[in-house]
Design a protein around this ligand. Structure first.
Ligand code: HSE
Length: 432
């Protein structure tokens, strides 16, 4: 039996999980690969969190990616500068590469995909999107016969936890975030999660694969959940909806929309029931219909499960002399870059919470502005009466064009009867 050697870069949370998997079922992995799969080197800056044979440890990551004995490099150090240099050097040295680094692929993927294609090496990145959920393989292989009509995903566990808690406890965003940080569910600096950047990284990778081209990360519209108030969650519930941070990609009249923002979805939608830190991706294909994948999107062993799946697949390719990069490289993304439909031209339903003085004629002013901008109201609630203060007027609209909505909101917010900026949340999933 031949031996396939793996070099691990980083042995933090996920790296330790990978080591544990190798230690826990070596025979199982060897049988599945058809070779002896061994971790040959582990590059670390500090002591690993699991027992690792001291002979394998090194501080010199560059030496690991250049080691002629190593077949597969597994990059788990994160970040985009050092990680990129190491990944490109590994590929230049003919190593197959596995990475869980979504930021690296989303922001510099084209360079890495092209380098891997040129050197004819495999690139595995299942762990970069939704942890344990085999969504990359499903899109690349299981759904390959489909034209993908839409992808809607809850791809960030931190924000899903926060929104679920806000829904269950009626607490404000800031207090739930503080609680999540205390429990270790949210980072000390939560910006990437709550601001939607992490979800956008994952969407860039998934949508580039699904739609057969490279999507520039900077073209993705990103809006986080920081402005969502407990009152909006309560109104959404009353109207039969839930608020989720959704990563959305859909093909509309030959154009692709790719966006991340808080979204109201009907409570009967499959995604509405995915709570806590769980992730889920809902895909509509022209042949397969609607499918939903759900599971743990982060954490040590769920993410390690996907990393090791990539290692095993690449090792299997080596053993059976399959041409490298035949199965794991996102060949579609190596091709052309995709121009996205500008956000101004997308259409969506909208939830509006207008904070208005409760005076005669207010409603006709607001609905007049909406009407002038081709926006039709589907339903409305006004709660309470307070002649001295602003009261919320909540509306759901029919499908409207984003540009019309933005212009209408500017006019509504400028009315003298409006006390604060109008809350606007897009509504999706009604047709699913
Ligand atoms: N911070 C991410 C999340 C996990 O909350 O889902 C890693 O992408």
């Amino acid at each position: 039996m031949r031996t396939i050697n793996v070099g691990l870069l980083g042995c933090g949370t996920v790296g330790s999980g990978v080591v544990k998997l190798f230690q826990e079922h070596p025979d199982l992995l060897d049988r599945r690969v058809g070779a002896k799969l061994r971790i040959r080197k582990v590059a670390v800056r500090s002591a690993p969190r699991v027992p690792v044979d001291a002979k394998l440890l090194t501080k010199e990551a560059m030496e690991v990616v250049r080691d002629p004995q190593i077949d597969i490099i597994v990059e788990l150090i994160g970040g985009t500068d050092v990680a990129k240099a190491l990944c490109l050097e590994a590929v230049a040295n003919g190593k197959h590469l596995v990475t869980a680094n979504k930021a690296l692929l989303a922001e510099h993927g084209l360079e890495i995909y092209r380098a891997a294609a040129e050197k004819r090496v495999d690139l595995g990145f299942e762990a970069s999107v939704c942890g344990a959920i085999p969504i990359i393989r499903s899109v690349k292989e299981g759904l390959v016969a489909n034209r993908i009509l839409s992808i809607m995903g809850i791809v960030n566990g931190t924000t899903n936890y926060i929104l679920t808690k806000m829904t269950e406890s009626s607490q404000a965003f800031a207090s739930v975030l503080a609680e999540a940080q205390a429990k270790g569910y949210a980072e000390a600096d939560p910006t990437l999660d709550v601001g939607g950047g992490d979800a956008a990284h994952k969407l860039q990778i998934l949508a580039s694969l699904a739609y057969g081209g490279y999507i520039r990360f900077s073209d993705i519209y990103i809006e986080g959940i920081q402005k969502i108030e407990a009152v909006d969650i309560a109104f959404a519930r009353e109207l039969g909806y839930r608020i989720k941070l959704l990563a959305i990609a859909k093909q509309e009249q030959g154009e692709l929309e790719v966006r991340v923002h808080p979204t109201m979805i009907p409570e009967a939608h499959l995604l509405a029931s995915v709570g806590g830190v769980y992730n889920a991706v809902h895909i509509r294909g022209d042949s397969c219909g609607s499918l939903m994948f759900s599971g743990r999107g982060a954490g040590q062993m769920p993410t390690a499960s996907s990393v090791v799946a990539d290692i095993v697949e690449i090792a299997h390719n080596i053993v059976f002399h399959r041409p490298s990069h035949a199965s794991l490289l996102p060949t579609s993304a190596v091709g052309s870059e995709i121009t996205l439909r500008p956000m101004e031209r997308i259409t969506s339903g909208y939830y509006l919470r207008v904070m208005a003085m409760d005076k005669p004629g207010v409603l006709s002013k607001v609905s007049g502005v909406l009407g002038e901008h081709n926006i039709s109201i589907a339903s409305m609630i006004q709660k309470g009466r307070d002649e001295a203060a602003a009261v919320p007027i909540v509306m759901l609209t029919h499908q409207a064009v984003e540009g019309d909505m933005r212009r209408a909101l500017q006019k509504i917010n400028a009315l003298d009867v409006i006390a604060q900026e109008t809350m606007c949340i897009r509504v999706e999933g009604v047709e699913d």
